[in-house]
Design a binder for this molecule. Structure first.
Ligand code: SF4
Length: 231
């Protein structure tokens, strides 16, 4: 997409230019490569991980998922007592809340017979609305489930992506979630969304932290914040 083609897009897109997105992807790919995200043995494990990762580090999600052993399935979660479920996922934190959220998300999946094939033909907008209506499922969780569990072309605009866009465009905290989704959706091929999200997270941990470490960042020459800091 050309800069002219971004006129209908939100402010961050006009500042950055959606045509920068392929460059951004290329820089990150040269540094981080294919990160094979989301690491899970099944679409249902993605759903569980998307809930458990709320407000905690991924290593805690891994510990919680490991405690299921070979029991991790929608039927197990459906039938487990909520106290037992909470105990299993304790390492992920907020375990009582998250046990309830897992029950709710699993009940939603049951409406499709626990079948990915039954979910796939449904309209994306309707599915997203269904997920967002569930207690404990916000935009980031819904989009992660839609992209990584069911393979829908949805960009996961999480806090890391918003921070990155804010800094690339020197927009302070003004880049909104829907704005970020629109920009990435317009600028990147849908087949790249999964790895783009994973690489943005990797770069946020290595460089674009709460206090940015710009030296060596693969995006430095595309970044307004970096330019302002050195001028
Ligand atoms: S150059 Fe600095 S502020 Fe810009 S994306 Fe990289 S780490 Fe973040």
């Amino acid at each position: 997409m050309t800069r002219r083609g971004t006129e209908a897009l939100p402010r961050a897109a006009r500042v950055l230019g959606a045509d920068v997105l392929p460059q951004l992807y290329g820089r990150l790919y040269d540094r981080y490569g294919d990160l094979h995200w989301w690491p899970a043995r099944s679409p249902y494990e993605v759903m569980v991980g998307a809930v458990l990762t709320q407000n905690t580090a991924w290593r805690n999600v891994e510990k919680a998922i490991a405690r299921f052993g070979d029991r991790l399935s929608p039927r197990f979660v459906e039938e487990a007592r909520i106290e037992d479920l909470a105990e299993i996922i304790r390492p992920a934190g907020f375990f009582n809340q998250k046990a309830a959220y897992l029950k709710t998300l699993t009940a939603w999946f049951k409406g499709y017979g626990y079948s990915v094939r039954a979910v796939r033909p449904e309209p994306l907008a309707a599915l997203r609305a269904e997920l967002l209506a569930l207690r404990g499922v916000g935009a980031e969780t819904a989009d992660a489930v839609l992209l990584y569990a069911f393979g829908f072309p949805v960009f996961v605009a999480d806090a890391y992506a918003l921070r990155l866009l804010s800094r690339l465009t020197a927009s302070g905290a003004s880049v909104r979630l829907e704005e970020a989704r629109a920009l990435f959706t317009a600028g990147l091929d849908a087949s790249l969304y999964g790895n783009a999200h994973a690489m943005i997270v990797a770069n946020a941990k290595a460089h674009c932290r709460a206090k940015p470490v710009c030296a060596g960042c693969p995006l430095a020459d595309l970044c307004e914040t970096q330019r302002e800091n050195i001028s």
